[in-house]
Design a protein around this ligand. Structure first.
Ligand SMILES: Nc1ncnc2c1ncn2[C@@H]1O[C@H](COP(=O)(O)OP(=O)(O)OP(=O)(O)O)[C@@H](O)[C@H]1O
Ligand SMILES: [Mg+2]
Length: 356
């Protein structure tokens, strides 16, 4: 493909590869070996069923801002996990640790990716294991043409030209940017940049994908296409870690939710985490709007023990109720209905106020 002009000799590539490979030796690797080997309950052989293991990760920025404290969690191969938390909770900081980019003297703790300790000196070996889509696409797009940006990773992995061209074509097609090969990445719209940034990671075909706010800035069609892409990757068996404030997308994408607020404050199935109203409020989070709507329906007498998390769940729930109730859903207004509706809405009051 003529649009691919990237070669490892371009000054831009040199500076980037310098940036990612020139990490100073840090005590991180040592501390990880200590942390992992010191745990008799988790023999190393077992670790290969894990895609990611984070053990007691702490990180303080050079200005003294404590971003992560005692963060520990494990993600199995093929799992799809949503990482949620309020602004400033440390989500992006955590993601930047997963491929070693942010390892420094400010880090303590241990990270293992696909059974291997993350070694800041081997950051350049990480891209086909774990691909990270940063929150800000401008941090990922720096070549003169989009095809060069998408080809950059595979070329650095030493992949042959024909295969690089195939990957560029497929990745751009996947994110709906076929025909954009020669466009200047810097000139793309916000949503286009977001999709372009994803393509630069898809082209490396990583086994694990960590995405920071992938649906932000996308129009509804692009958002739903992106959700489909992520579902497809999940079905292919890739491991996904998706940082998001888009709670309505989570039930479709993730089986499990981790809530981070500098440390892990909750970790469970999507339903378990969304059912813990107190914890969600304390962390400044919300639940899918369909769940809130069914709380309101409950106040009108709709029989619903298990609140649906998604539209599909709602349809299943309604179908079941109608089938059991002779073809009708009966709603009632009692004296107390309005106060119950107020109470249902009040559960997430701070969000409605914030959104006004
Ligand atoms: N380069 C930096 N220097 C100093 N502090 C930083 C730096 N980057 C982030 N921080 C601080 O670290 C904390 C965690 O930031 P981080 O970007 O990881 O949060 P986040 O959970 O991704 O938030 P958001 O939802 O807004 O993206 C915040 O208090 C932030 O101000
Ligand atoms: Mg962030």
């Amino acid at each position: 493909m003529s649009a691919i002009t990237a070669s490892p000799s371009t000054p831009m590539m040199e500076s980037v590869s310098r940036a990612i490979t020139a990490s100073p030796s840090t005590p991180m690797t040592e501390s990880f070996s200590r942390a992992i080997t010191a745990s008799p309950s988790t023999p190393m052989t077992e670790s290969f069923s894990w895609a990611l293991r984070v053990h007691d990760l702490n990180y303080t920025y050079p200005d003294g801002t404590v971003a992560l404290e005692h963060v520990s969690f494990e993600i199995k191969k093929g799992e799809s996990v949503a990482l949620v938390g309020p602004n400033g909770a440390g989500k992006s900081t955590l993601l930047l640790h997963l491929n070693g980019v942010l390892h420094s003297s400010g880090s303590r703790g241990a990270i293992e990716v696909l059974g291997e300790t993350v070694d800041p000196k081997k950051v350049h070996e990480m891209p086909d294991k774990i691909g990270i889509v940063f929150q800000n696409p401008d941090d990922m797009l720096f070549m003169p043409m989009l095809a060069d940006d998408v080809a950059f990773g595979p070329i650095n992995l030493g992949i042959k030209r024909d295969e690089v061209e195939r990957r560029v074509r497929d990745s751009l097609e996947m994110v709906g940017l076929s025909g954009y090969e020669e466009r200047v990445p810097h000139h793309l719209s916000g949503g286009e940049k977001k999709r372009a940034a994803l393509a630069t990671v898809l082209s490396m075909e990583p086994l694990i994908l960590a995405l920071d706010e992938p649906t932000t800035n996308l129009d509804p069609k692009s958002r739903s296409e992106l959700i489909d892409i992520l579902k497809r990757l999940k079905d292919e068996g890739r491991t996904l870690l998706i940082v998001t404030h888009d709670v309505n997308a989570i039930p479709e994408l993730a089986d499990r939710v981790i809530v981070l607020n500098r440390t892990v404050v909750a970790d469970g199935t999507t339903r378990e985490v969304f059912s813990d109203t107190e914890m969600l409020l304390a962390a400044g989070l919300e639940v899918p709007v369909i769940m809130q709507f069914f709380l309101v329906l409950q106040a009108f007498g709709y029989p619903c023990d298990v609140l649906p998390l998604s539209i599909e769940g709602a349809v299943r729930n309604l179908t079941r109720t109608i089938a059991n109730g002779d073809g009708h859903v009966h709603l009632h207004i009692h004296k107390h209905t309005h106060s119950e509706v107020d109470s249902a809405l009040g559960k997430y009051q701070h969000h409605r106020e914030a959104g006004r």
